[in-house]
Design a binder for this molecule. Structure first.
Ligand SMILES: Cc1cc2nc3c(=O)[nH]c(=O)nc-3n(C[C@H](O)[C@H](O)[C@H](O)COP(=O)(O)OP(=O)(O)OC[C@H]3O[C@@H](n4cnc5c(N)ncnc54)[C@H](O)[C@@H]3O)c2cc1C
Length: 462
């Protein structure tokens, strides 16, 4: 079998971005994915006529990240429906309003935006250990401005208390969105659908001479004398789960693992890494740091929202559960994802990761969360289809609290193993979700090829 320049483990946003970029750079590359589906945590599959997502809802790239990855490899990430306003549920008054009702003082807001856009990326890096409010308090005392930034933190990072919104991670995204789109938060639905996006990247890999194998599990990264020498695949035709027969070994001296912190040590032997580095991974992998929530899809024959259906709404608590969350009309974003004439609502209520294995708590919270949704959107009582899902294993990501971000995350290059890289948004990276994963891939690819890819300019990188 041929030796590959690089083997990429995982065909999610990071793995497909890395594979496409490397193939474009002329590297021989193999992407290996254990699932039959593409997209990893952002896969989209059919369920009784509805296209449901495990993860991806909206892309938060104002232009310089995953969009540019597509552009660089000869594809287009179509920016479909964008959400521009933000309906907000006030649980104290039990009414809907807009984030604008909180009336951020325009002059104060401008002061903060100026301070942010005048800050360098390096200056923001210094804020990994402190909350966003502390940074903002240097520039304003306006509660309305705090509210605007903090509601966005709830939506993007799923942290709910002001002291838990990391300054560096949140401000990094705000600065990018203000500079690139002149708005506080930019998000869009991918015009080709989530599954279409991943197929486009596979096409780019193949068109540039790379390969993608799905339904193929990597058993372990093979390391000898602190150097990567290959990747051992699971043996085809395994019947008993404790089958110990060796599978094929693919030769390579460079591996990019895109596995998140909570399962990466299943394929990268822990004893090959320094203990402090492996411990950093295990620390972040704890249940309490998993961004978890109750995910509910409900389909109705009549619309249930009282504002523009293309807007994403949010709240800090529902009438019956202390769950911050969001809701959007997926049919308005992508009519092809539901049967004709049916509305498909996707809603989430955040729970503490530490509760993710407590089935009794979860059953009770699902009931309370839904009861709250029925009060907030009475039309949902008439739903004709429902699908509950628990976001815990896998979770959205590692929670972006101070001291759990930036330099507090493991570096993308294994400190003592030549040729071993980690392109994962749960490792050192910035951004939100799939865009963050794609940016992590850019970082690793540039490190491997030894130069910056001009398409990405020299703005936002580590
Ligand atoms: C419910 C939910 C909602 C979300 N909402 C959004 C959103 O609205 N917008 C957004 O941008 N992001 C969202 N995210 C986050 C986003 O899905 C992730 O950040 C992103 O998909 C991570 O991509 P990744 O490639 O880094 O990792 P993953 O997607 O986790 O990819 C890792 C891949 O590795 C594969 N793998 C694992 N073990 C092996 C092995 N041994 N051998 C081979 N392959 C293996 C997995 O099957 C997987 O495909 C959401 C996530 C969830 C769970």
């Amino acid at each position: 079998m041929a030796k590959y320049d690089v083997v990429v483990i995982g065909a999610g946003a990071a793995g497909l971005s890395a594979g496409a970029l490397l193939a474009k750079e002329g590297k021989t590359v193999l992407v290996v994915e254990r699932s039959p589906h593409l997209g990893g945590r952002a896969l989209a599959v059919d369920d009784e006529g509805f296209k449901v997502n495990l993860g991806g809802h909206l892309i938060e790239d104002s232009g310089s990240g995953i969009t540019k990855v597509f552009e660089h490899v000869g594809k287009e990430l179509v920016h479909g429906v964008t959400s521009r306003e933000m309906p907000v549920w006030d649980n104290n008054t039990r009414t809907w309003g807009s984030i604008r009702d909180r009336n951020p003082d325009k002059a104060e807001l401008k002061k903060v935006i100026n301070a942010l856009t005048n800050s360098t990326w390096d200056e923001l890096e210094e804020w990994d250990d402190r909350p966003m409010r502390e940074w903002m308090a240097q520039h304003t005392t306006s509660q309305g401005v705090y509210d605007l930034f903090e509601y966005l933190a709830v939506l993007e990072c799923l942290t709910d208390e002001w002291w838990d919104h990391s300054a560096s991670d949140n401000l990094w995204v705000r600065k990018m969105h203000y500079e690139e789109k002149r708005m506080a938060a930019y998000s869009c639905w991918p015009g080709q659908g989530w599954d279409g996006m991943w197929r486009d990247l596979v096409d780019a890999i193949v068109e540039h001479g790379g390969e993608v194998r799905t339904s193929c599990e990597v058993d372990r990264v093979v390391i000898e004398n602190h150097r990567v020498i290959g990747v051992a695949l699971g043996r085809d035709g395994r019947v008993v789960p404790n089958d110990w027969e060796a599978g094929e070994v693919v030769e390579t001296d460079c591996v990019i693992s895109t596995l998140p912190v909570w399962n990466v040590l299943r394929v990268v032997p822990e004893w090959e890494l320094p203990d402090w580095y492996a411990n950093q991974i295990k620390y972040l992998a704890q249940d309490q740091y998993r961004v978890s929530w109750l995910n509910v899809y409900m389909a109705t024959e009549e619309p249930v929202t009282m504002f523009d259906p293309k807007e994403l709404s949010t709240w800090l608590a529902t009438p019956h559960s202390p769950t911050p969350g969001y809701m959007y009309d997926q049919a308005a974003m992508d009519p092809s994802s539901t049967p004709a004439g049916i509305h498909l609502y996707c809603m989430g209520g955040v729970i503490p990761g530490a509760k993710g294995r407590d089935r009794r708590y979860l059953a009770d919270m699902f009931d309370r969360f839904e009861a709250g949704m029925f009060e907030m959107y009475p039309g949902l009582r008439q739903h004709v289809w429902r699908r509950r899902g628990l976001v815990f294993d896998p979770p959205f990501g590692v929670v972006q609290k101070p001291m759990l971000v930036g330099k507090f995350r493991p570096h993308w290059r294994a400190p003592n193993v030549d040729g071993l890289y980690f392109a994962s948004e749960t490792f050192r990276s910035r951004g939100v979700g799939t865009d963050r994963a794609a940016r992590a891939a850019v970082t690793c690819v540039e490190d491997i090829i030894g130069h910056r890819i001009p398409t990405f300019g020299d703005g936002w990188r580590y």
